[in-house]
Write a protein that binds this ligand. Sequence first.
Ligand SMILES: [Zn+2]
Ligand SMILES: [Zn+2]
Length: 1275
Amino acid sequence: MAAPGAAEQRWLREAQDFARRALPGPEGQEPAALEAVLRCLRSAGGGALPLGYSFISISDLQHQQRIPCCSHLTWSTNEFKEWAHQGQGALPTQTALPRTYLILVGYITDGRQENKEKLVDGCLYVKDNTGIIPCELLHFELEWLESLVVFPSWSYIPQTDQSAAGYLEILEDPVPVNTPNKVLHSIPVTYPTSAEPLLNSRIPCRRRSNLTVAGELIRLGPLLCVRHKTFFFLFLKCFTSAVCVPVLVQEPSQLAWHHVLQLGHRYTITGLSMSSLKKSGQKTFVTSVPSCLLPYCAEHVREQPLNSTWQGESTQSSSLETAEQLSGSLELGVEEEGPRSTRESKIISYVGIVTKILNVQAGLFLLDNQVCLCLAYLPVLKSARGLRPGACVELIDVHLLQKPLVSFPFIVLGACLSSTVVLKRFSRLSTPYQPPTSSGNLCLQLLFRYNLGMPLYLWLVSLLETFEERFSCFFGRRRLLSCTHQNPGAAEKFLVPLLQAMVPDREKARDIYNEILAKVHHCPLQKYLTLDPPCQAPSLSAVCHVAQQKSWEGFSPSQLLSPLEAQHMGTQDLNRRLVWSYCTLSAGSFQPRLILLGVLRVSSRSSSLQLQDKSSTLRCVISQKDGSPFANTALIGSLLQVENYQIVVERFLQTDFPSWEHLENLEHVREKKTSVYVQFYFEDVQVLHAAEGQLQKGPRSENSSSLRKKKDDNVTPELEAPEAKVLKLEDPKSDTHRDENCQGGQSSTGTTSCVSHLFLVTQKEGLMLRNYQLPREDGEGQELQHSFQATVLWLGRPRLWSHPREIGNLPELEDTSCDGEEGVTQQEALLLFMGKSLRWFPFLHQDGLYRFIVPCCSDLEVFDKLCFPPVPATLLTRPSCPLCLPVQDTWHLQHETWISRLPERQLAARMVLTGMDQRIFSIPEVLSSSFTGSLVSFSGEIVERTLCASPKNEKPSVTVHLPRQKGNLLASDHSVKLSVSIAPGSPVVMDIYISATYLQHLWGLLPGAKILFQNLERKISRFHNVYCTYIACSCVSIISLPASHLLFPSSPAGEASSPSLVFLSNLRPHLQNLPRARILCHLSCVLTVYLQWVCSLCSSIFKEGRCTRHNPPCPSHTGVRQASARVLVEDGTGEAVVLCRNEHVAAVLGLSLPEWEALQNCVQSRGSVSIQHGEATGTGCLEEPEDIVACYLRSLCRSPLICRPILLDFSLDRKPSKILQPAPAQLRNFRCGEVEFVSQVGPRLSLLCLNVEEVEQDALCYLNSERIRRTSSCC
Ligand SMILES: [Zn+2]
Ligand SMILES: [Zn+2]
């Protein structure tokens, strides 16, 4: 043999260093150990030392190896390539484990000597002097335990999370360095056939510690761990029959057996005793400390007769402690059978390759890209070591569930306690290891707490996955999913009520023992019912998407118009009516029911409240059921759940339909846009996770201590600074500088002290562009800025607090009650909100008491210093100018209470403040002609919302110079008319016009909503009608949302129930404000009829298919027919001229639809036809005597059949010349059927026809008699 070369010398020196460092042994014995290792390596390498490889210690492996790797001591490159290539079969996109050239030597241990405290959990480890690391083996021999071995082929899989150690996968059997001597004795054994009757006998258990049973391993239960005690069951079958016996293995030193035992192999177990389970009485063999597991070897055993050995022993007193604890701790119920037919799961065996880890926490793995393996029903989901993509597993006796959950795409194989899951081959791929969290696994906890079946469990997992994905970026995964009993996390608060609704009663506990031991199998996976999820909580972007989709589903423009109306509309009118529409969706509009979750934030860019998750934001409008505005600033940053809501999708259409006949042709739809928001009541909100570290002291009262406690607990440094949170949840995009929390120079003392100042809002004005010229900002002051302003009354002086949470309960007002009138210093100020402080817009409301809190500040004059006198140019109009105070970005607004809710002891303050609140009028007051004010506030319910062209004189001056603003989906030349009434069905209606420019900040202005309008401008039209316009200083707040029943059948015409029956003589007192009424009247005469075709574009006469306008020529090819008629009616109390339009003309003339069609078609070639009749001479319409259509019409009007009783719905035609005609009352004769009577009548009214109904003879008699009765009682 040649002397070792230099390379070998060097290698040997390194080997010695390694041995000294890593290989344990008595003093000075490392060389002996090394010699043995080298001998072993030489024999493995065919005599040569593996000089290309180097020794690695456990500690170096753990600290230096960051990516998965493998090492194969004796393999050639080709062998390795072949091996790696085969491993990629199932997952070609994954790379194989990279090869390293490392020699791993160490002791295999079950961990029992490492640390006495440590739980022996059945895991195996490799250790050397430097460290210990868990390992997984496919095959294990007991004699390797605690002996020094060389690992010829292994992989190291680091944990993805760098802070914890990874583990070893032992690919080939380790080679013991010193060959152990096996000594086999002949031992007496009992076979299951003769042992089994012992378990079945009714006689009490006798104790005996040295029964030996031999048999074939037919089932191997999973390692179970309950209250720090680990154990497993195995089942030995007789070689010649199907009889088998259970054996409980619970001694810590024997848990390693679990790695040795292989199904189908024959074993002998010594030292068994018999035990029965307290509850079920089931009996099982139990190992004792001296028990041994031996391979069965026919030559070394002899059968032992039982009778003699099992007599006269004492009754075993201790029943299985572990068993009791297990079934006690799992308190499970039997899966409930639903009313529908349940399916039976098949029990199968399966071998497959893990292709994906679906959810390691939930124990879900994908096999062969098509089957889901669920390990969740094994009470201890092991560390999942080895279950990496690419690994091959064998499943024995698992339940096959075809489609447990409608939305779950895979077939599911569920392993229960009688299933066996065996790792057949390790993955050869460089796929990572994700360990499941050992404690606080919410999925598994809920699974066991509610004894969920597979369908519910899978649904739970999917809900939880989405929940975590959406919100862990806000609160951190741990805090969301924490599941301690006293303080459930947000996820638990969300899920538990859902589960409780699904599993209403869980009576029986799941009997783990029965599941493992019973002859007839029983477990939660046996029966299942395909679950249709009862609800969903998808991401906000998905919610918006679905809502938008639904809003266009089955949408057609013709829905927005009644056909009768539409056919007489010109192009402009028609298309304008299509511009803006909406639809609303509730939780039940979605399938399944949709639960809304989101973090409440407020955007300073849009000055609106929003719900937010990782995917998107959804604007929201929050109202309170008591009608007070929503002002709860403490809710910002909280995670909310809302199940009762209205999602509103506003639809914006740009169309160019030439006429109603083209409405079905969607080519004329040029642009479709939507805007989605949600509205709900504060009372319907459930807070899943309250915002922490806000500047709040909580909603009133005593919980400041609990808040403090929470803070001490677990607040991360990031959230420690309260404002950081506020800013973080603020607008992320505009949030450029974070460090402006503390204003320079003002934070003299500690960072927690703050200054607060209480104020009452006496007036709040709307959000708009204003040209504030702030004294300090040079240049920028010239630009128009989005802003709003509020007039407030300071209450008391600013106060200093050592910490925001110390802020007391309105001490400013307490002072007042002590020293009388002097206490409250009242000083008015105009607060200017711009930039980030715009976020307070949704929270600040008139008559609210608020507090500004200036964080990190101890300067009591901070407010005074920032005040400046108003710039004359902008604010000269105000009679008494208060000081202006620009609200700083860092200030926090806190709502305290409403002035009307101040408690008794603060009554003094209340007295002082009374009278400060602005007068809210009623709609009739504002409508009254004696009303004198110009700025008015009132509340009412929206009856109708229509888009109309902005009257030129009402365009707001500011917007004239501005292009269409971003985000405004309505062109600025539009305005909206809101018809508002005091109560639903009330005839008193006020019209409010709002220009499109303002609308972009106004949400929730829907029919049915009750709104408080503030500071509207009251105007009187040239027809003497009172109406209001929304101006710069106006604002609105929603008092109540539309009732949901109003929302669903959103009939385009918005027809209400039939209006009330009145007399013409009754009308005079309400002339101004009667939107719709009904009279029973006699049609006495038709005065004029005018039929025409007009050009849909220019309204010129349209004749023979062409527009008659020539200068300039009109390109239109579409004509629209229009008709009007004036008729005279009387009802015995008065007379009225009624203007009828379009289809109503046909109705008063008594024409059927085909007759009306034919008549109009005759007009088509003529352009227009008109007649005058009766008293109507000189009304301006020219008669054409020779025209046949005119002749027909005239004869029709002269016919006595025309004069008949009708039911007429009308509104007042508000021509002043007619209404205000000063004519004295006169006596007139009236005839009504057989009855003739005399009545005093006023001047003729002018009415607009809304509907005409023929009256049946019977109805007429009844109505007439009724009328006579009432008339006579009146007179
Ligand atoms: Zn089962
Ligand atoms: Zn025209």
